[in-house]
Design a protein around this ligand. Structure first.
Ligand code: ADP
Ligand code: ZN
Length: 724
């Protein structure tokens, strides 16, 4: 090939053609360096027939500068990138960029110098000081960097350098990225229950068959879904193929790593956004070169260039956090299924509370449903009781009604644990002035500032804006006049401390558990029984397994139902069912108390009755009536600008040329529920379409007619989760 088409990452420019210089071999999928004006850019060589570009005569083409020393992207990954860009109406380059997620790795292998004993240390000319003798003894069979050897031998690096100069230590060039220890599929195989065994065998067979096979692993909380899909992972290991396990939250990885190591003898390879750049390079290279056997990661791990992917698992597949809400707005659960399809491998969606979309796919036979109907080891599902807040009112300034207080009291007496769930960070969601009614509002967003008493600040949960609470009202000047309205988890923890001064309480939110170390410390404490009452946000609703936890209190089950979000009922059901699933996982039975002002709401009634099927049946009908997924489709177009009038006018211009089609309805434009977000004014158009409509094509054609001024941003969200 002498002429290539380059997918480069400057979105304003589009694909460019280059000449391949003498002596360079490139193929589609190669990552290369090319000149652009005076600069150098990186891009991926693409098949020209799949990527239209401006026609530039041969003579004008500039030569490529270099080919980067990484394996070419495989065709199936390139097809996935195209599909994702197409489906989510995102620029191809923006999707492709997610693959090249480590700048360090693109520079290729690098070496570092390690040292080991040369075998010549017995030579007579070597002067043996006591320090040197100590080092020689300690370093038998070792090989590492000078610094590591010095630490190992307990001598200074100077002593070792002397030994190297004398020829007793010899240098060895090794790859700077150390290999990962191998996982052993037979390290510790648990005895599976019959149900687990059957599901595990089905998945393992699919791994061996090397064909596209989507599974819904639908098992109640505590049924041992992890142990079960671990057998599919073992099958992939035995076949020498890679596995990707997607988890919804980094906070969950700690517990996962421990379980994985118990089963396979070593930790998996981690991938998430807060990896250090050296760890990122090491992981990326091991993934691309096929040395990373099992990768556990957040959604961004989905687009990495696996050399030989054999299995994908999406754990807690119903979780909202698999949906990315900025940049490329994709849903990792759905893209995972597409990736499995392009790779021709099985994909497992595991959940106790599947999304209606996933259940529907199982019911229509597109996905194979594997059911684990009961908890492992004879544990029973907890008893669920409704606490009607209109009858059982908590005292003034209190949020816990008598049944929960009594429940905690009992657990404390029995030495068992309780968990209180409220999905609201901070102390109070709204702060106002007692004197004039002034409310503390974010200057950048349509949102109240949330008081965080522990860190003494008022914070916006949307843009990160923070201030310290002022000593007087900024409006009327009245000193000490601030009143906290409504509860956040910090306030619930305060109430617990007042009611039970001797109880040991742990507050679990993304503010307190913000590093893997803190998550590990919390798990260790809770497992050791050093915590009596856990108060937390959605972070504690899933993944954790504390056998002595026997009471779960849901402080406000109505919270999620406000706001009119399309998936509000489903999300409430999932959150409450998941947090309820933390109770009674050991030998002691669990109890769940749900505080609500709407005990008759269908979702609350279904939770109380423990009737999952009734909930899904009712929800299915409601969605069918509303033309909502999976029966119809939604797409959102958000037009934003720092200038209110500019945003409004751009949205109105779009609205004026709305497509008139029988199967697509356009609602709006209207100010978005978050009419101001991070300093930008926002208008929204919503599309509701029949399932068969070509929504993406309609949107692309529609938007292509419009040119907006510089300050206007138009973003498209296909299958949106967030309706703000
Ligand atoms: P789920 O993810 O379905 O809620 P888990 O995978 O967390 O359930 O399993 C619940 C508990 O039961 C865990 O402590 C797990 O280690 C244990 N468990 C599940 N299956 C087995 C098994 N076959 N042998 C031993 N322990 C098991
Ligand atoms: Zn804000």
């Amino acid at each position: 090939m002498t002429r290539i088409r380059l997918l480069q990452f400057n979105l304003a420019l589009g694909p460019l053609d280059y000449r391949v210089p003498e002596g360079m071999e490139v193929q589609p999928g190669n990552t290369v360096v090319a000149p652009l004006g005076p600069r150098q850019i990186i891009g991926i060589v693409w098949e020209p027939d799949r990527l239209p570009a401006a026609d530039v005569p041969e003579a004008k083409l500039r030569p490529l500068l270099a080919k980067l020393p990484v394996p070419p992207l495989q065709p199936q990954l390139m097809r996935l990138i195209e599909w994702t860009a197409d489906y989510y109406c995102a620029p191809l380059a923006a999707v492709a960029r997610m693959v090249l997620a480590s700048g360090g790795a693109l520079r290729g292998p690098a070496t570092t110098t390690e040292y080991r004993l040369s075998g010549h240390e017995a030579q007579s000319s070597l002067r043996l000081t006591p320090q040197r003798r100590l080092a020689l003894d300690a370093l038998q069979g070792e090989q590492a960097t000078m610094r590591e050897l010095a630490a190992l031998a307990g001598v200074s690096e100077g002593v070792l350098r002397g030994l190297a100069n004398a020829g007793a230590l010899e240098p060895v060039q090794v790859d700077i990225d150390r290999p990962y220890p191998p996982a052993d599929p037979d390290h510790h195989q648990p005895t599976l229950s019959d149900g687990q065994q059957e599901a595990a065998a089905t998945m393992a067979q699919a791994v061996d068959a090397q064909r596209f096979a989507p599974f819904l692993l639908d098992g109640v909380t505590g049924s041992g879904k992890t142990e079960t899909y671990f057998e599919a992972v073992a099958a992939a290991l035995r076949a020498g193929r890679q596995t990707l396990v997607l988890l919804p939250e980094i906070a969950l990885t700690e517990a996962f790593l421990t379980r994985f190591a118990k089963r396979f003898g070593t930790a998996p390879v981690l991938w998430h956004s807060s990896l250090k750049s050296t760890e990122r390079r090491r992981a990326w290279r091991a993934i691309a070169e096929g040395r990373a056997q099992v990768v556990v990661g957040a959604r961004s791990a989905l687009f990495l260039p696996y050399a030989d992917l054999g299995l994908i698992v999406v754990d807690e597949a119903h979780e909202v956090s698999f949906k990315q809400d900025d940049g490329v707005r994709y849903n990792a659960r759905d893209v995972a299924v597409m990736r499995a399809r392009f790779e021709q491998i099985p994909v497992v969606l595991a959940s106790a509370t599947p999304a209606l979309e996933s259940l529907q796919m199982a019911e229509s036979g597109t996905y194979t449903r594997l059911v684990l109907p009961s908890r492992f080891g004879g544990a029973t599902l907890p008893a669920i009781r409704i606490v009607n807040l209109t009858e059982e009112k908590p005292g003034a300034g209190r949020w816990l009604a008598q049944p929960i207080v009594a429940g905690i009291t009992e657990r404390l007496q029995r030495g068992e644990q309780s968990l209180l769930f409220l999905n609201r960070r901070g102390y109070a969601p709204l702060t106002l002035c007692r004197n004039c009614g002034y409310r503390f509002k974010c200057p950048n967003c349509s949102a109240w500032l949330v008081e965080h008493r522990l860190s003494r600040r008022l914070a916006c949960h949307h843009c990160g804006h923070e201030t310290t609470p002022p000593p007087a009202c900024p409006e009327c000047g009245e000193p000490d006049c601030m009143v906290a309205c409504g509860p956040g988890v910090e306030r619930i923890a305060d109430e617990v401390a007042e009611l039970f001064p001797d109880a040991r309480t742990a507050l679990v939110t993304s503010d307190t558990l913000n590093t893997p170390d803190k998550a590990a410390a919390f798990i260790a404490e809770a497992e050791a029984g050093a915590v009596d009452v856990i108060v937390g946000t959605q972070l504690i609703t899933k993944g954790f397994h504390f056998p002595d936890l026997t009471l779960v209190g849901v402080v406000d089950a109505d919270l999620g139902l406000e706001g009119g979000d399309l998936r509000a009922a489903e999300r409430t059901y999932q959150q409450v069912a998941q947090v309820a699933g933390r109770a009674g996982r050991g030998t002691k039975p669990g109890e769940v108390l749900i505080q609500t002002r709407h005990p008759d709401a269908p979702v609350i009634a279904a939770l109380a009755a423990g009737d999952r099927d009734a909930f899904y049946a009712a929800e299915t009908e409601a969605r069918r009536d509303a033309g909502a997924p999976p029966f119809g489709r939604w797409a959102a177009i958000i037009v934003s600008s720092e200038d209110e009038a500019e945003a409004r006018e751009a949205a109105n211009r779009l609205g004026a040329t709305r497509p008139e089609l029988p199967d697509v309805e356009v609602l709006g434009p209207a100010p978005a529920p978050m009419a101001l977000l991070r300093g930008r004014y926002r208008y929204r158009l919503l599309l509701n379409a029949r399932r068969t409509a070509q929504v993406q094509a309609v949107i692309r054609d529609w938007l292509a007619e419009h040119r907006h001024s510089q300050g206007v941003r138009v973003s498209v969200d296909i299958d949106p989760y967030s309706f703000v």
